[in-house]
Ligand binder design. Structure first.
Ligand code: 4G3
Length: 226
Protein backbone atom coordinates (compact mmCIF):
# COMPACT_ATOMS: atom_id res chain seq x y z
CA UNK A 1 0.00 0.00 0.00
CA UNK A 2 1.27 3.47 -0.90
CA UNK A 3 0.04 6.51 1.02
CA UNK A 4 0.78 10.02 -0.19
CA UNK A 5 0.57 12.86 2.30
CA UNK A 6 0.31 16.55 1.47
CA UNK A 7 1.34 18.78 4.38
CA UNK A 8 2.95 22.09 5.35
CA UNK A 9 5.02 20.18 7.94
CA UNK A 10 6.65 17.25 6.14
CA UNK A 11 9.21 16.94 8.97
CA UNK A 12 6.44 15.58 11.23
CA UNK A 13 6.42 12.32 9.20
CA UNK A 14 6.92 9.43 9.76
CA UNK A 15 7.14 10.52 13.43
CA UNK A 16 5.53 7.92 15.68
CA UNK A 17 4.76 5.71 12.67
CA UNK A 18 8.45 4.75 12.55
CA UNK A 19 8.18 2.74 15.80
CA UNK A 20 6.58 -0.59 16.61
CA UNK A 21 4.19 -2.40 14.29
CA UNK A 22 3.80 0.49 11.83
CA UNK A 23 7.58 0.93 11.78
CA UNK A 24 8.00 -2.72 10.79
CA UNK A 25 5.43 -2.32 8.04
CA UNK A 26 7.30 0.71 6.70
CA UNK A 27 10.72 -0.96 6.99
CA UNK A 28 9.41 -3.98 5.06
CA UNK A 29 7.85 -1.63 2.48
CA UNK A 30 4.48 -3.30 3.03
CA UNK A 31 3.34 0.30 3.51
CA UNK A 32 5.13 3.17 1.77
CA UNK A 33 4.71 6.84 2.64
CA UNK A 34 5.41 9.64 0.21
CA UNK A 35 5.37 13.00 1.92
CA UNK A 36 4.84 16.14 -0.16
CA UNK A 37 5.49 19.66 1.05
CA UNK A 38 2.54 21.85 0.05
CA UNK A 39 4.93 24.80 -0.29
CA UNK A 40 6.71 23.01 -3.15
CA UNK A 41 3.58 23.49 -5.25
CA UNK A 42 3.57 27.29 -5.04
CA UNK A 43 5.06 29.48 -7.78
CA UNK A 44 5.23 32.95 -6.25
CA UNK A 45 8.35 34.46 -4.66
CA UNK A 46 6.96 34.11 -1.16
CA UNK A 47 5.77 30.54 -1.64
CA UNK A 48 2.44 31.60 -0.19
CA UNK A 49 0.14 28.75 0.79
CA UNK A 50 -2.52 30.74 2.65
CA UNK A 51 -4.46 33.97 2.36
CA UNK A 52 -7.04 36.07 4.20
CA UNK A 53 -10.65 34.89 4.09
CA UNK A 54 -13.12 36.50 1.67
CA UNK A 55 -15.80 38.17 3.74
CA UNK A 56 -13.36 38.94 6.52
CA UNK A 57 -12.78 37.26 9.83
CA UNK A 58 -9.87 35.97 11.83
CA UNK A 59 -7.18 33.63 10.62
CA UNK A 60 -5.92 32.44 7.29
CA UNK A 61 -7.29 29.98 4.76
CA UNK A 62 -5.23 27.53 2.70
CA UNK A 63 -5.26 28.57 -0.95
CA UNK A 64 -6.71 26.11 -3.45
CA UNK A 65 -4.06 26.31 -6.21
CA UNK A 66 -1.11 24.52 -4.54
CA UNK A 67 -3.39 21.75 -3.25
CA UNK A 68 -5.01 21.17 -6.66
CA UNK A 69 -1.61 21.20 -8.32
CA UNK A 70 -0.07 18.73 -5.88
CA UNK A 71 -2.93 16.26 -6.18
CA UNK A 72 -3.11 16.57 -9.97
CA UNK A 73 0.63 15.84 -10.17
CA UNK A 74 -0.32 12.44 -8.78
CA UNK A 75 -3.42 11.51 -10.78
CA UNK A 76 -4.71 7.97 -10.44
CA UNK A 77 -3.57 7.39 -6.90
CA UNK A 78 -6.83 6.23 -5.41
CA UNK A 79 -9.13 8.17 -3.12
CA UNK A 80 -8.17 11.71 -2.12
CA UNK A 81 -8.99 12.31 1.54
CA UNK A 82 -9.01 15.61 3.44
CA UNK A 83 -8.60 15.37 7.21
CA UNK A 84 -10.99 17.92 8.64
CA UNK A 85 -13.26 18.43 11.64
CA UNK A 86 -16.14 18.66 9.12
CA UNK A 87 -15.57 15.14 7.80
CA UNK A 88 -17.36 11.85 8.31
CA UNK A 89 -16.17 10.06 11.41
CA UNK A 90 -13.28 7.62 11.08
CA UNK A 91 -14.63 4.26 12.22
CA UNK A 92 -13.20 0.75 11.97
CA UNK A 93 -15.64 0.27 9.07
CA UNK A 94 -14.13 3.18 7.15
CA UNK A 95 -10.62 1.98 8.07
CA UNK A 96 -11.46 -1.44 6.58
CA UNK A 97 -12.80 0.19 3.43
CA UNK A 98 -9.65 2.29 2.99
CA UNK A 99 -7.46 -0.75 3.60
CA UNK A 100 -9.01 -2.20 0.45
CA UNK A 101 -7.28 0.43 -1.71
CA UNK A 102 -3.78 0.00 -3.07
CA UNK A 103 -3.05 3.68 -2.57
CA UNK A 104 -4.67 6.84 -1.33
CA UNK A 105 -3.89 10.49 -0.79
CA UNK A 106 -4.16 12.43 2.46
CA UNK A 107 -4.40 16.22 2.62
CA UNK A 108 -3.54 17.81 5.97
CA UNK A 109 -5.09 21.23 6.52
CA UNK A 110 -3.76 23.88 8.86
CA UNK A 111 -4.80 27.35 9.95
CA UNK A 112 -8.51 28.08 10.21
CA UNK A 113 -9.32 25.91 7.27
CA UNK A 114 -9.01 25.07 3.62
CA UNK A 115 -10.64 26.85 0.68
CA UNK A 116 -14.05 25.22 0.27
CA UNK A 117 -13.39 24.36 -3.40
CA UNK A 118 -10.83 21.76 -2.29
CA UNK A 119 -13.48 19.82 -0.39
CA UNK A 120 -16.12 20.40 -3.06
CA UNK A 121 -14.19 19.66 -6.26
CA UNK A 122 -10.93 17.83 -5.51
CA UNK A 123 -11.47 15.59 -2.54
CA UNK A 124 -13.30 12.26 -2.63
CA UNK A 125 -14.01 12.25 1.07
CA UNK A 126 -13.51 14.35 4.17
CA UNK A 127 -12.64 12.40 7.30
CA UNK A 128 -12.59 13.43 10.96
CA UNK A 129 -11.02 11.41 13.76
CA UNK A 130 -13.41 12.89 16.33
CA UNK A 131 -15.26 15.96 17.53
CA UNK A 132 -12.38 18.18 18.56
CA UNK A 133 -10.23 20.77 16.80
CA UNK A 134 -6.51 20.26 16.34
CA UNK A 135 -3.93 22.68 14.98
CA UNK A 136 -3.55 20.60 11.85
CA UNK A 137 -4.57 17.45 9.99
CA UNK A 138 -1.18 15.76 10.48
CA UNK A 139 -2.02 13.90 13.69
CA UNK A 140 -5.37 12.73 12.25
CA UNK A 141 -3.49 11.56 9.13
CA UNK A 142 -1.12 9.55 11.33
CA UNK A 143 -4.05 8.05 13.22
CA UNK A 144 -5.63 6.99 9.93
CA UNK A 145 -2.34 5.60 8.59
CA UNK A 146 -1.78 3.60 11.79
CA UNK A 147 -5.29 2.13 11.74
CA UNK A 148 -5.13 1.20 8.04
CA UNK A 149 -1.54 -0.11 8.14
CA UNK A 150 -2.30 -2.77 10.71
CA UNK A 151 -4.86 -4.26 8.30
CA UNK A 152 -2.30 -4.59 5.48
CA UNK A 153 -1.36 -8.24 5.06
CA UNK A 154 1.92 -9.00 6.81
CA UNK A 155 2.11 -5.86 8.95
CA UNK A 156 0.77 -7.62 12.02
CA UNK A 157 2.56 -10.83 12.93
CA UNK A 158 0.47 -14.03 12.97
CA UNK A 159 0.38 -13.75 16.79
CA UNK A 160 -1.35 -10.38 16.68
CA UNK A 161 -3.35 -10.76 13.46
CA UNK A 162 -6.50 -8.63 13.30
CA UNK A 163 -8.75 -11.10 15.09
CA UNK A 164 -12.44 -11.00 14.36
CA UNK A 165 -12.35 -7.28 13.69
CA UNK A 166 -16.14 -7.15 13.53
CA UNK A 167 -16.38 -8.70 16.98
CA UNK A 168 -13.51 -6.55 18.24
CA UNK A 169 -15.23 -3.31 17.25
CA UNK A 170 -18.93 -4.00 17.71
CA UNK A 171 -18.26 -5.14 21.25
CA UNK A 172 -15.60 -3.90 23.63
CA UNK A 173 -12.74 -6.26 24.41
CA UNK A 174 -13.08 -8.76 27.25
CA UNK A 175 -10.68 -8.27 30.21
CA UNK A 176 -7.12 -9.52 29.76
CA UNK A 177 -4.80 -10.84 32.46
CA UNK A 178 -1.25 -12.11 32.62
CA UNK A 179 0.98 -13.37 35.43
CA UNK A 180 1.08 -13.20 38.41
CA UNK A 181 -2.18 -14.98 39.30
CA UNK A 182 -2.42 -12.77 42.40
CA UNK A 183 -1.19 -9.16 42.26
CA UNK A 184 -1.40 -7.03 45.41
CA UNK A 185 -4.18 -9.31 46.58
CA UNK A 186 -6.17 -9.08 43.31
CA UNK A 187 -6.93 -12.51 41.84
CA UNK A 188 -7.15 -13.38 38.17
CA UNK A 189 -10.66 -14.81 37.56
CA UNK A 190 -10.63 -18.54 38.35
CA UNK A 191 -12.14 -19.56 35.01
CA UNK A 192 -9.05 -18.31 33.13
CA UNK A 193 -6.81 -20.61 35.17
CA UNK A 194 -9.12 -23.60 34.67
CA UNK A 195 -7.96 -24.68 31.22
CA UNK A 196 -11.60 -25.21 30.12
CA UNK A 197 -11.44 -23.53 26.72
CA UNK A 198 -15.17 -23.61 26.00
CA UNK A 199 -15.93 -22.06 29.39
CA UNK A 200 -13.24 -19.43 28.93
CA UNK A 201 -14.72 -18.50 25.55
CA UNK A 202 -18.20 -18.25 27.07
CA UNK A 203 -16.93 -16.10 29.96
CA UNK A 204 -15.10 -13.76 27.59
CA UNK A 205 -18.16 -13.25 25.39
CA UNK A 206 -20.31 -12.55 28.44
CA UNK A 207 -17.74 -10.08 29.81
CA UNK A 208 -17.46 -8.31 26.46
CA UNK A 209 -21.25 -8.00 26.20
CA UNK A 210 -21.67 -6.76 29.78
CA UNK A 211 -18.81 -4.28 29.52
CA UNK A 212 -20.26 -2.92 26.26
CA UNK A 213 -23.73 -2.60 27.79
CA UNK A 214 -22.32 -0.63 30.73
CA UNK A 215 -19.70 1.53 29.00
CA UNK A 216 -20.81 1.87 25.38
CA UNK A 217 -24.50 1.02 25.00
CA UNK A 218 -24.44 3.05 21.75
CA UNK A 219 -22.42 0.23 20.16
CA UNK A 220 -25.31 -2.18 20.77
CA UNK A 221 -27.94 0.06 19.16
CA UNK A 222 -27.21 -0.94 15.56
CA UNK A 223 -25.83 -4.37 16.25
CA UNK A 224 -26.87 -6.92 13.57
CA UNK A 225 -26.15 -9.87 15.85
CA UNK A 226 -27.32 -10.13 19.44
C1 4G3 B 1 -9.96 23.16 9.67
C2 4G3 B 1 -8.86 17.38 11.57
C3 4G3 B 1 -8.91 22.69 10.45
C4 4G3 B 1 -10.18 22.63 8.42
C5 4G3 B 1 -8.16 18.55 11.28
C6 4G3 B 1 -8.31 21.19 8.73
C7 4G3 B 1 -9.25 18.20 13.75
C8 4G3 B 1 -9.43 17.21 12.81
C9 4G3 B 1 -8.07 21.72 9.98
C10 4G3 B 1 -9.35 21.65 7.95
C11 4G3 B 1 -8.04 19.51 12.27
C12 4G3 B 1 -10.19 15.97 13.15
C13 4G3 B 1 -6.96 21.18 10.81
N1 4G3 B 1 -8.58 19.31 13.50
N2 4G3 B 1 -11.04 16.05 14.18
N3 4G3 B 1 -7.41 20.71 12.08
O1 4G3 B 1 -10.05 14.97 12.48
O2 4G3 B 1 -9.56 21.13 6.72
Amino acid sequence: MNIEVLTLFPELFPGPLSSGVTGRGLAAALVTLQIHNLRDYTHDRHRQVDDIPYGGGAGMVLKPEPIFEAVRARAGIGPVILLSPQGERLTQGLVRELAGHRDFYLICGRYEGVDERVGAHLVDREVSIGDYILTGGELPAMVLIDAVSRLVTGVLGSEESPKDESFAVELLEYPHYTRPAVFEGHQVPEVLLSGHHAEIERWRRAQAAERTRRRRPDLLDHQPKS
